[in-house]
Design a protein around this ligand. Structure first.
Ligand code: ADP
Ligand code: MG
Length: 243
């Protein structure tokens, strides 16, 4: 579903991704962790070409993202993305937030878009809030709306960039619950997070990326958590700080 081959990226003279290789199969839940500034957000943004790369190839479901001829708006409409800050439109109601891109990007009829959006809102347990504005919701609820909004576009894969790290602790669980459910329903997901409980529960693989954009680990969760003796020193050091 996603393949990165020898991907390198620089911001000016600074290299932020260093010869990254990875593949994500249909139904995989790949958790990406690593220290601040290691390139996790950059990595995830390269997948829907929000960040260009200077070297290597990225393929999403057969579409070569790094090919200049690729229809990027079409690609982006198929790749759901959820950020740390929910980025809902503050002046639009929850329902309007859920429908606008379906209408404008996918060309759906308003009634169809609304039906689809509300179905996804129900899926994240927020039907009662459909007519509210983002400012009237808690952070956890806003993030669940952001997930519902992404799902409304019928994505083939979902990318998450630290979706719970801006939330008050008591709201982290409700967002992770939605993500666990999504994973168990077979959604292909790539998730940047330091929530190792989530990784232990649903990850098919865990990737550890170190400063400079080096992928140091890429292995199953049993291997990652169960065999610390096999991990790189940098990974052990990182895990000792967050676990
Ligand atoms: P992470 O998400 O792991 O914290 P990022 O991908 O955000 O890491 O950043 C990786 C490196 O690239 C950092 O050193 C960061 O300062 C730098 N960086 C990120 N975005 C930009 C940008 N737009 N311009 C220049 N440098 C950037
Ligand atoms: Mg980041």
């Amino acid at each position: 579903m996603i393949e990165l081959k020898n991907v390198s990226k620089w911001y000016g003279a600074i290299q932020v991704l260093n010869d990254c290789n990875l593949s994500v199969d249909k139904g995989d839940v790949v958790v990406v962790c690593g220290p601040s500034g290691s390139g996790k957000s950059t990595l995830i943004k390269t997948i829907n070409a929000l960040e260009p790369v200077q070297k290597g190839e990225i393929v999403v479901n057969g579409t070569v993202v790094t090919d200049p001829r690729t229809d990027l708006p079409k690609l982006r409409s198929q790749v759901g993305m959820v950020f740390q800050h929910f980025e809902l439109f503050p002046h639009l109601s929850v329902t309007e937030n859920l429908t606008i891109a379906q209408v404008k990007v996918l060309g759906r009829k308003l009634d169809d878009a609304r039906a689809r959006g509300l179905k996804m809102l129900d899926r994240v347990g927020l039907m009662a809030h459909k007519d509210k504005f983002p400012g009237q919701l808690s952070g956890g609820q806003q993030q669940r709306v952001a997930i519902a909004r992404a799902l409304s576009m019928d994505p083939i894969v979902m990318l998450f960039d630290e979706p719970t790290s801006a939330l008050d602790p008591e709201m982290v669980g409700e967002v992770l619950d939605v993500m666990v459910k999504l994973a168990s329903e077979g959604m292909t997901m790539m998730v940047v997070t330091h929530e190792m409980g989530f990784a232990r529960k649903v990850a098919s693989r865990v990737i550890f990326i170190d400063v400079g954009g080096h992928i140091l680990e890429d292995c199953g969760k049993e291997e990652f958590f169960g065999h610390p003796e096999n991990r790189q020193p940098r990974t052990k050091d990182f895990l000792s700080k967050i676990l």
